[in-house]
Design a protein around this ligand. Structure first.
Ligand SMILES: C[S@@+](CC[C@H](N)C(=O)[O-])C[C@H]1O[C@@H](n2cnc3c(N)ncnc32)[C@H](O)[C@@H]1O
Length: 238
């Protein structure tokens, strides 16, 4: 995977450690909202049977599984992640659901091991803020999606409404790491979540980054007052 930067090492350490609690903590810290954000995004994507998708930073595999169900047995989905422990949970789910169309791959988002123009969809869910260089990953995702295909990102964002914004930052900075300590016994790991979310670009800035990566058009949608956002980049048909 090349020489890791310190951010990369720290992130790898976080996910190698919290993997067994990740799914339950996700629901607790987002008050279950992440499920409806994911569902709405899938509806907007309108994935068809027989299509192909790459789910970058797939973690414990929930988005890869939804994509696999949408493409069906005639389609193909690859879930890629650099944490073997996160992938081990995804592998167990794949086996339980007998999803032969899903392949889980150990790899780095900064250097996707695929040829250009390979997939109908390339997705990244709550992964982009964790990588060492956002633009490199967006450019990699742009490179491997087919012309006419879509790159879709769901990520934490920056709420703008006065009052709500302050309450959100307070929750993220002070409450969430304590929940992490109490429930997952990982204060430091959940402090990373708030640090990475605080530094992540707002939705307009992220849209600009998508356009700079080469996308023809970008649609966006805010969730729950802007605490999360979906960006969908369209690669022009040739
Ligand atoms: C917050 S989790 C998101 C998991 C999943 N996509 C979801 O929506 O629940 C972030 C994931 O990104 C992975 N990750 C972070 N940096 C990565 C990189 N450079 N290459 C591959 N995976 C990475 C972590 O191992 C972790 O599983």
């Amino acid at each position: 995977m090349g020489k890791p930067s310190s951010k990369e090492e720290r992130v790898h350490h976080v996910f190698e450690n919290i993997y067994s609690k990740y799914d339950s903590m996700n629901s607790i810290i987002s008050f279950q909202r992440h499920k409806s954000w994911r569902k709405d995004t899938m509806k907007r994507m309108n994935v068809q049977a027989g299509e192909t998708a790459l789910d970058v930073c797939c973690g414990t595999g929930d988005w890869s599984i939804s994509l696999s169900e949408a493409v069906g047995q005639t389609g193909k989905v690859i879930g890629l992640d650099f944490s073997k422990n996160m992938l081990s949970i995804a592998k167990q789910k794949k086996q339980d659901l007998q999803l032969n169309q899903l392949e889980l791959v150990h790899g780095n988002a900064m250097e996707l091991p695929y040829e250009e123009n390979s997939f109908d969809y390339v997705t990244i869910g709550f992964g982009l803020r964790n990588v060492p260089d956002y633009m490199t990953v967006l450019e990699e995702m742009y490179r491997v999606v087919k012309p006419g295909g879509k790159v879709v990102c769901i990520e934490t964002s920056q709420p703008t409404l006065i009052g709500y914004r302050q309450a959100y930052y307070f929750y993220f900075k002070f409450i969430m790491p304590i929940l992490g300590k109490l429930i997952a016994k990982s204060y430091k790991e959940y402090s990373w979540l708030q640090e990475s979310a605080k530094d992540f670009p707002g939705k307009k800035e992220l849209k600009e980054m998508f356009l700079n990566a080469g996308f023809d058009k970008v649609e966006m949608k805010s969730y729950t007052g802007g605490v999360a956002a979906m960006h969908m980049g369209f690669k022009a048909s040739q």
